[in-house]
Design a binder for this molecule. Structure first.
Ligand code: ATP
Ligand code: MG
Length: 558
């Protein structure tokens, strides 16, 4: 890969920013990432994080982290904490302190009063059903509420009493007075404040009225002097409301809202609600289950921040559908790990091999580098002894054509070690292969055998020296590319029952002290990462398979 491959990919938002900087509309840009702390972030959010923070870095601007905390019942400190961890882990740092929409509750309240004073907001008390009925439809205009023309004084009084807690939850709302006949339903007098007696993670019980998202978001952006407010396409129809609010209050900033398409990733889901369902129904072990498309899940699985950022760069930014093959993400991770992860040997499906012509109790060790292109990664000794483990799949009694691994009577090279020949196959009463008896050619250490070619090379471990390890083999969470596309069939139907296989395998002694979250290539098997939660250096060793070496998935399924 040349370094140019990592250059920013141009897109329409970059064009807008470059024009704004060139024309002098803005001296510097300010973006923000505005999650609601109501769940863990997923790969779609990673796209948005890389966009907002990435633009700020590229154009030497700033990017804020702001929690949109206007739904107290669904929000928690745990979610807010995990989101901050995720942003930092991805390699970004927000400008200044973490910001909260609730920091602006007083200002938002004052702006509501300003709207009321101008006759641009009113207190309504239609019931929920009436409200729906009066709203009209996509093809029919709405109707004005009978409360729409209350006097400013009456509205001020009622709004004050809403705030003071005089009315029950839901009894009244404050609405912007815009246009009940607007073709855009978002402009038909949207609610901007509702009564909700809910304990808020930041403001406690100070408020019993809470501002609505659309009203809050644009004002929060403006108060932070955001220049470009980037959001996903479903907010396109909300833009006129974003602009209306800012045009009708006294505020010195009017950010430009720009929409781009959401990332949808095949073989998984990117809906917080559905991911929460998988967690609460215990279909997965938690938000950080390595099969989850959450940032915490990807992290625990062994994905790297660099790989995820490269993925975001490759998928690009546009307004058209962004349904991406999982293979693209896996490819980015694989490419990143190829140069980053030290290589060692492990056996996940062990078959015992006894070397007949090797002395019992003796060990010979050979030095092997951790990476062929990175001598600076160092090396370790790979011990050899009379009994070794090989991968059961590397021996066959009925080899397919082209087989280059071990067969009875055949030879194969043990990686970093001797050429061995299989002399005898030992089976149990059921005819299953339990052991191989082999012999080494003692003259093949570091050189080719005389007079013959041995093509196959297999990985192996000295049985006496190998350490047991729990190895978790992860596969895709769903069996179909778009598990939530079919409205008639619940996404649960498509959960992959084989998405996790736990095996007891063996690893080289040199990984014994690996800290949690250490990544390796297990030669010929894939990339693995010590588990963040369950792996204990020097104790119980637990490895998660991050990704296989080649894109074997498509082939196996196809
Ligand atoms: P919800 O609002 O239903 O809880 P959300 O996924 O929109 O879910 P937010 O916390 O509001 O969650 O999202 C924060 C930011 O991430 C928003 O700017 C949103 O547009 C963006 N975002 C969310 N999902 C995706 C996605 N799949 N692709 C790209 N950006 C996304
Ligand atoms: Mg949202």
């Amino acid at each position: 890969m040349s370094s140019d491959d990592n250059a920013p990919v141009p897109h329409f938002i970059r064009n807008i920013i470059e024009n704004d900087l060139a024309s002098g509309k803005h001296k510097a840009i300010v973006t923000r990432f505005p999650p609601e702390p109501n769940g863990y972030l997923h790969v779609g959010h990673a796209k948005s994080i890389c966009l907002n923070f990435g633009l700020a870095l590229d154009y030497r601007g700033k990017c804020n982290l702001r929690f949109d905390d206007t739904n107290p019942e669904k929000e928690s400190e745990e979610y807010a904490q995990s989101i901050q961890d995720d942003v930092r882990w991805l390699g970004f740092q927000w400008d200044g302190p973490v910001r909260w929409a609730s920091d602006y509750f007083d200002a938002l309240h004052d702006y509501a009063i300003e709207l009321i004073r101008q006759g641009k907001a009113y207190v309504d008390e239609l019931s929920v059903e009436e409200m729906r009925e009066f709203r009209g439809t996509l093809t029919e205009a709405g109707k004005n509420s009978p409360y729409r023309d209350r006097s400013v004084e009456e509205n001020l009084d009622l709004f004050g009493r809403m705030r003071a807690g005089e009315f029950p939850d839901g009894a009244k709302v404050l609405r912007a007075k815009i246009d009940m006949a607007s073709p855009n339903i978002n402009m038909r007098d949207p609610a901007i404040y509702r009564i909700r007696r809910a304990h808020h993670i930041r403001t406690g019980d100070k408020w019993c009225i809470y501002p609505m998202y659309d009203y809050t978001h644009c004002i929060s952006d403006a108060l932070e002097h955001i220049t470009h407010s980037l959001c996903t396409l479903e907010f396109e129809d909300h833009r006129p409301l974003y602009d209306w609010v800012l045009d009708n209050i006294t505020i010195d900033c009017h950010p430009q809202q720009i929409e781009f398409s959401r990332l949808e990733l095949q073989y998984t889901i990117t809906s917080k609600r559905k991911l929460l369902q998988l967690v609460t129904e215990k279909k997965v072990s938690g938000w950080d289950d390595p099969r989850m498309p959450t940032i915490q899940g990807m992290r625990r699985r062994g994905y790297t921040p660099e790989g995820i950022r490269e993925f975001a760069r490759r998928i690009g930014i546009s307004k058209s559908d962004n349904l991406v093959d999982m293979g693209v993400l896996e490819g980015c991770i694989r490419e990143d790990l190829e140069t980053r992860a030290p290589r060692v040997m492990a056996v996940v499906k062990p078959l015992k091999v006894v070397i007949a012509n090797f002395v019992e109790g003796e060990t010979t060790s050979r030095e092997a580098g951790f990476h062929p292109n990175h001598p600076e990664f160092g090396s370790r000794l790979v011990p050899f002894s009379k009994e070794i483990w090989i991968e059961a799949d590397d021996f066959s009694e009925n080899p397919p054509p082209g087989w280059q691994r071990l067969v009875l009577g055949g030879e194969v090279r043990l990686r970093y070690s001797y050429v061995i020949k299989c002399d005898e196959v030992v089976k149990d009463a059921d005819g299953l292969v339990t052991e191989l008896r082999c012999s080494i050619d003692p003259d093949t250490l570091g050189k080719n055998p005389a007079g013959r070619k041995v093509k196959g090379v297999i990985h192996w471990l000295s049985a006496e020296h190998a350490l047991p390890a729990e190895i978790r083999l992860y596969d895709r969470l769903f069996t179909v590319a778009e598990p939530d596309a079919d409205k008639a069939r619940d996404f649960h139907t498509f959960l992959n029952p084989a998405s996790l296989t736990v095996v007891q395998g063996w690893v080289e002694p040199c990984v014994n002290q690996a800290a949690p979250e250490t990544r390796y290539q297990f030669e010929r098997l894939g990339y693995f990462c010590t588990d963040r939660r369950d792996h204990q250096p020097g104790g119980k060793l637990v490895f998660n398979r991050t990704v296989t070496l080649k894109d074997s998935w498509a082939k196996e399924q196809g």
